[in-house]
Design a protein around this ligand. Sequence first.
Ligand SMILES: Nc1ncnc2c1ncn2[C@@H]1O[C@H](COP(=O)(O)OP(=O)(O)O)[C@@H](O)[C@H]1O
Ligand SMILES: [Mg+2]
Length: 281
Amino acid sequence: MEIINIKNLSFAYSSNPTKMILKDINLKINRGEFILLCGPTGCGKTTLIECLNGLIPHFHSGIFEGHVIIGDKDTRDYPVHEFSKYVGLLFQNPENQLVSMNVEKELSFALENFGINPIEIKARVNDVLKIMNIENIRYKAPYDLSGGQQQKVAIASILTLDPEIIIFDEPTSNLDPVGAMKILALISDLNKRYKKTIILIEHRLEMVLRYATKIIVMNDGKIISKGKTEEIIIEDILEKIGLRIPKSVILYKLLKKDGYNLENIPLTPEDLANYLLKLGG
Ligand SMILES: Nc1ncnc2c1ncn2[C@@H]1O[C@H](COP(=O)(O)OP(=O)(O)O)[C@@H](O)[C@H]1O
Ligand SMILES: [Mg+2]
């Protein structure tokens, strides 16, 4: 059953009303998926996800056609804060999202705005600190935290409202490879263990293909392909629009061209190593 239904969505920002940024997008996303949304810079990924919690058209105005339905609610019919209970959106620079004196206050903020009682707030904040494994920085100020910790606090602050859908816009772009791996593993955990529907915009495909159940490919405001991760990887569509695919996948395709078919596509270097070990053994 779908949790997101986008019908004939087109959009142009009011500052440039003749330039359609999203062009007649139709898309259904099922509960529990881990969606990787990819496409070249400027193709409209961020614009599309801002349509999923009502930021567009309520905050960024413009020419808005079609419908975005979250659960059974049309984003046209409710204010943005209504959707924060269903859709958590994490932007590229988490430090801009952190506003409070310390982590605990940061995590209480949205709950207080919804008028939830203090005992319940305390319990939820405790839960989320535990899920994100950041109990040790509870009383720290956001500016005292590392990039990775700030990212975790930003994710935690979204989790307090327990939304079914969590959207991440390039969450690892300011992190080193180790920090990036940790955040992506954590996002996968939210999907697998806590059954969250995840939409992730991420360029480092070699780190994320292992987690994604589906890939949606955008180019120039349109969805040009969508399907199961392995199906999309086998098409040459990602290369065609200039995205970098993992070396293990490149090798798979080269071998295939020479008539040598590996049974599975190695999405990660580890997959490839395991395959070679099996051959050797
Ligand atoms: N607030 C805005 N006002 C006007 N144009 C914008 C705004 N935000 C983004 N755009 C334009 O929309 C297009 C798509 O941008 P964006 O959705 O950020 O793409 P992506 O996230 O894929 O890089 C770009 O041409 C960008 O310049
Ligand atoms: Mg973007």
